[in-house]
Ligand binder design. Structure first.
Ligand code: IVH
Length: 665
């Protein structure tokens, strides 16, 4: 029995390790993963004969993948042992106190939920950056790490070691993560499950230009091997020294003397967890004195002088009311669950995606089930799974629909793919999604033309493609339900107004695969007009900064399709502004080189408009504030970015001063 379970656990852990480390695409939560490991470790402790040489309990975790050159770490990058309760934490304190003569002082740090990185500096320059990999061998990701703004490329200071290694965590701040997933969604690309996977995926890009757009951040927390440099005897002094050299060090790190202070620190960090602006999944407690550390030593997997106190993820239960599918504008069919609304991780959620057929089957979620709900990466609502003891007797396994609920076409799931698609491009629901996307804020921003209204118009046969929006008139709209004279007038005025948005927004609205707002802006500004763009070949497109071969091919393919040409003809006939201010080569706009962060609601601009105004003047909008941010534009109910900007002394603009800046540039 135990033997079978141990084998089962090893297989599960290996499979989920592969998904997590190699594919950056986990299917289960960290807590579930940890639970498997704990169970296996306990089994092995009770039955040592079950331990096999390649048991996952003996590995620090991860393994290098083959895309990047491999790097052998000078000093093994160990992992951390975990404590899941105050008792386990106290037991660790007792254990290590027996290993040294003097009392122990600790340093408490938030446990950042990103990925460990090793930065090698030679003669004051970043010479190599590598992931942890399996602890012994990692991946060389120097080019990608060089794009992370908070990691110093060059160091200045007296008494620098000639060669030394700094270790720390690369992570993606929550606002950058939200912005990235928003963009992914707009592009019809897969969403990242949580900030850590987004960070890992971003660091593993083959093209470092892509990494550069991902707004990764970094905190240093350890010094590796070094040649020369100052004498350092404690961890806190090491961190102070690193900070002086220009490495970002987390501001919530504290020196602690007693184990009761340690547990209080963990409780405090847990309380602050949602206010930090980045994900943490626990606290790390380290022995401060480096000589004591050396005495305590390490096991093959982790140092004895440190422990990770892991937080439980916030979870709630709710009852599943419905499981159904939605059709996206590309025809992708996504199952999701609707459940009684619950407050979890700071907001109320009532629906959660179930991703695809295999996920539903794996979790075996059924209508009527009481399920555990939480926020994946504290952002995206997720159904963890059903509570089987509470399953109603008549609950039936959910079956993926064979046909599209909108048009009835047989759904297709290709070999090797996990998604189903409705391949009927005339599918009414795909039309609704394509058209409402065109009318949405980041695109043509047509007020009053939301999804429900688009659906009504598609059903009435008034809209087939986005070009038809501009043929809507009073005569056709007035007979429809809920379309009184006033609403019709407002809608027509909004439609008319949308004609002036310009080429970049039209390109975004057309939903050309892979062409996001930034690339659309680059393309529009390069060619200056739709006609010039349509006439361009793939090679010219690939030459544009920010446009790779994938985007170029997608854009060229889009304009070659006769059906799309017809849509463009309708837009031309409706006299939409299909031009863009042409980029002057090299130095251009008055805001060239300036970076902006927007926070809160501005009175006169939507976020997209503000971003458009800034970008059309050569400026850039990023999602997190750093010392390099030129301006933070603050609207109504700003977030934590305002405080951060104040702390860093970054110039703050309100609505009015932002307007003045735009006017003057
Ligand atoms: S120290 C030998 N400090 O947690 C000790 N690790 O579960 C090396 N982590 O691989 C790590 N925040 O990626 C340390 N403040 C922190 C950390 C931290 C996050 C990560 C790190 C490590 C993993 C172990």
């Amino acid at each position: 029995m135990s033997k079978k379970r141990a084998a089962q656990l090893r297989a599960l852990i290996n499979r989920h390790s592969e998904l997590y480390y190699q594919q950056d695409d986990p299917e289960i939560s960290d807590a579930e993963f940890d639970a498997y490991l704990v169970e296996l470790r306990e089994l092995e402790r009770a039955h040592p004969e079950l331990i096999v040489p390649d048991s996952p309990t003996l590995r620090p975790g991860g393994a290098a993948s083959s895309t990047f050159a491999s790097v052998t770490h000078d000093v093994v990058m160990l992992s951390l042992d975990n404590a899941f309760s105050n008792e386990e934490l106290a037991a660790w304190g007792v254990r290590i106190s027996k290993l040294v003569a003097e009392p122990i002082a600790y340093v408490g740090e938030p446990k950042l939920d990103g990925l460990a990185i090793s930065l090698l500096y030679e003669n004051g320059r970043l010479a190599r950056a590598a992931t942890r990999g399996d602890g012994v061998t990692g991946e060389d990701v120097t080019a990608n790490v060089a794009t992370i703004k908070s990691i110093p490329a060059k160091l200045v200071g007296k008494n620098l070691p000639t060669r030394f290694e700094v270790r720390g965590e690369v992570f993606m701040p929550l606002d950058a993560f939200a912005a990235l997933n928003y963009r992914q969604g707009e592009l019809g690309e897969r969403l990242f499950a949580n900030p850590r996977n987004a960070a890992a995926g971003s660091l593993r890009q083959k093209d470092s230009a892509v990494t550069a757009t991902r707004e990764l951040d970094f905190y240093a927390y350890q010094l590796g091997a070094r040649t020369g440099g100052p004498e350092l005897t404690s961890h806190h002094a090491t961190l102070e020294w690193l900070q002086k050299l220009g490495f970002p060090v987390n501001s919530h790190i504290e020196q602690l003397t007693r184990i009761t202070e340690v547990t209080e620190f963990c409780a405090r960090v847990l309380e602050q967890r949602h206010a930090l602006g980045y994900e943490i999944d626990g606290a790390v407690i380290k022995v401060d004195d480096l000589a004591q550390r050396a005495e305590m030593g390490t096991t093959s997997k982790a140092p004895r002088w440190a422990i990770a106190f892991k937080f439980p993820p916030e979870e709630k239960t709710s009852k599943v009311l419905e499981i159904t599918v939605s059709i996206g504008r590309t025809g992708r069919v996504t199952p999701f669950a609707r459940f009684d609304p619950v407050l979890v991780g700071g907001s109320t959620v009532a629906v959660a995606t179930l991703h695809n057929e295999d996920e539903v089957a794996r979790k075996d979620v059924r209508v009527g089930d009481t399920v555990t709900v939480r926020k994946a990466g504290d952002v995206i609502p997720e159904v963890v799974g059903p509570i089987l003891s509470q399953r109603p007797k008549n609950a039936r396994q959910w079956k993926f629909p064979a046909n599209c609920p909108s048009c009835g076409t047989k759904l297709v799931r290709l070999d090797g793919e996990s998604d189903h698609h409705c391949i009927n491009i005339e599918c009414p629901e795909q039309r609704v999604q394509r058209i409402s996307y065109f009318a949405s804020r980041p695109a043509l921003d047509i007020e009053g033309l939301g999804e429900e209204r688009v659906r009504q118009f598609v059903d009435a046969g008034l809209l087939v493609d986005v070009g038809d929006i501009y043929a809507l008139d009073k005569q056709r709209l007035l007979p429809l339900e809920r379309m009184a004279e006033k609403s019709v007038d407002n809608l027509l005025a909004a439609i008319s107004q949308s004609k002036t948005r310009g080429l970049a927004r039209v390109l975004v609205g057309l939903g050309v695969r892979h062409l996001g707002p930034t690339a659309a802006m680059a393309v529009a500004r390069t060619f200056g007009s739709l006609d010039a763009l349509v006439a361009a070949d793939q090679e010219t497109l690939t030459g544009i900064d920010g446009v790779g071969p994938v985007i170029a091919q997608s854009v060229a393919g889009f304009f070659a399709l006769p059906a799309n040409k017809k849509v463009l003809d309708k837009l031309r006939a409706a006299k939409l502004d299909l031009t863009a201010p042409k980029a002057t080569s090299g130095a251009g706009g008055a805001l060239d080189g300036k970076t902006f962060v927007l926070t809160g609601t501005l009175a006169h601009w939507t976020r997209e408009q503000a971003q458009g105004e800034i970008e059309s003047r050569g400026g850039k909008v990023t999602s997190s504030v750093s010392a390099r941010t030129s301006y933070v534009v603050v609207g109504e109910s700003p977030g934590s970015k305002l405080a951060k900007a104040e702390g860093l002394g970054v110039e703050i603009l309100d609505d009015q001063s932002f307007g003045a800046l735009l006017d003057n540039s």
